[in-house]
Design a protein around this ligand. Structure first.
Ligand SMILES: [Zn+2]
Length: 306
């Protein structure tokens, strides 16, 4: 079975053909329409109810007619779960959306990384999907070719330049990034950036540059960040990472050199860690692994169990 990382696996049928069917979309958004769930979003946050330990997603219904006056732009069609259709609603144009009474009557806005790991995987993936699309729209309001305004089309899955002489379409983009568990058989290489929580060490990672294969990026980043040469680069799994727009491509790689030279820019430290050390308990201020929602942690766990 495919390895499913956190923030993947919404289970939605994206039903892309329906993005171009305005009659069907309007019917699904009509107050008397069939079952429809609207996912509220405000400036990177999602609306949840329930306790801090057990947050629950809040969905609006077309029957909550007030969303039409408060939400910016058209709802974005996300997909189908059986007969239920999902749309994302953007309230980000409200300066004080976090305190909007009609919304706060239903729940509170929370950061995805605060709540998602406490929710079921499908909801976490739904939130990541919404976040990725919303951030893309927010950052692509103007055409990269001619500088004119763009407009949302295809129920939120494309934008088109409004300058008729240009008129090109823009599609949601991801930035591919590799992330790799480097090992020498008995030990693995973990590093830390200065922005990390105290004591946290993670797998090395970096963005794919133009003209590079993924394997070349893995080898280059290991060399640049830690001064370690690697071989046997094997794909493991991937993860949507909408912070803001990455697709993480996870690998295991075998080190062919052991000496570490950190670059001092991306990493402030890198070390070899034995399995025994990783499995022992530590004061988290001294050593901790990345959070369980990250592919980094999954790469480490799979090596520990391997
Ligand atoms: Zn243009």
């Amino acid at each position: 079975m495919a390895k499913l990382n956190f923030y993947a696996g919404s289970g939605l049928d994206r039903a892309a053909h329906l993005r171009k069917d305005p009659d069907w979309l309007a019917e699904r958004l009509a107050p008397t329409g069939p079952q429809t769930r609207l996912v509220p979003y405000w400036r990177g946050k999602h609306l949840v109810a329930g306790s801090a330990e057990t947050p629950l997603p809040v969905f609006l219904s077309p029957d909550h007619g007030w969303w039409r006056d408060l939400a910016a732009g058209s709802p974005i069609f996300l997909g189908l779960e059986g007969e239920v259709s999902y749309f994302a609603l953007d309230f980000s144009s409200l300066d004080d959306g976090e305190n909007q009474p009609l919304l706060t009557a239903l729940g509170r806005f929370e950061e995805i990384r605060t709540v998602a790991r406490l929710m079921d995987r499908q909801t976490a993936a739904l939130y990541a999907y919404v976040r990725a699309l919303m951030l893309w729209h927010e950052r692509h309001r103007f055409c990269g070719a001619c500088g004119s305004a763009t407009e949302m089309i295809e129920a939120g899955h494309s934008r088109r330049c409004t300058n008729q002489a240009c008129g090109i379409s823009h599609f949601p983009r991801h930035d591919p990034a590799v992330i790799m568990l480097v090992h020498d058989g008995d030990r693995c290489l973990l590093g830390r950036q200065s922005r990390f929580a105290p004591g946290m060490y993670s797998t090395l990672a970096g963005f794919v540059e133009p003209g590079e294969s993924l394997e070349e990026t893995v080898a280059r980043e290991c060399w640049e960040e830690a001064g370690v040469r690697v071989d046997d680069i094997i794909y493991h799994s991937s993860q949507p990472w909408p912070f803001p727009s990455s697709l993480m491509l996870g690998f295991h790689a075998r080190a062919v050199t052991q000496d570490i030279h950190v670059d001092g820019e991306e990493l402030e430290d890198a070390r070899w860690f034995s399995r025994d050390y990783l499995l022992a308990s530590h004061d988290p201020e001294t050593f901790r692994l990345p959070p369980p929602d990250s592919i980094s942690r999954q790469l480490i766990n799979s090596w520990l169990l391997g």
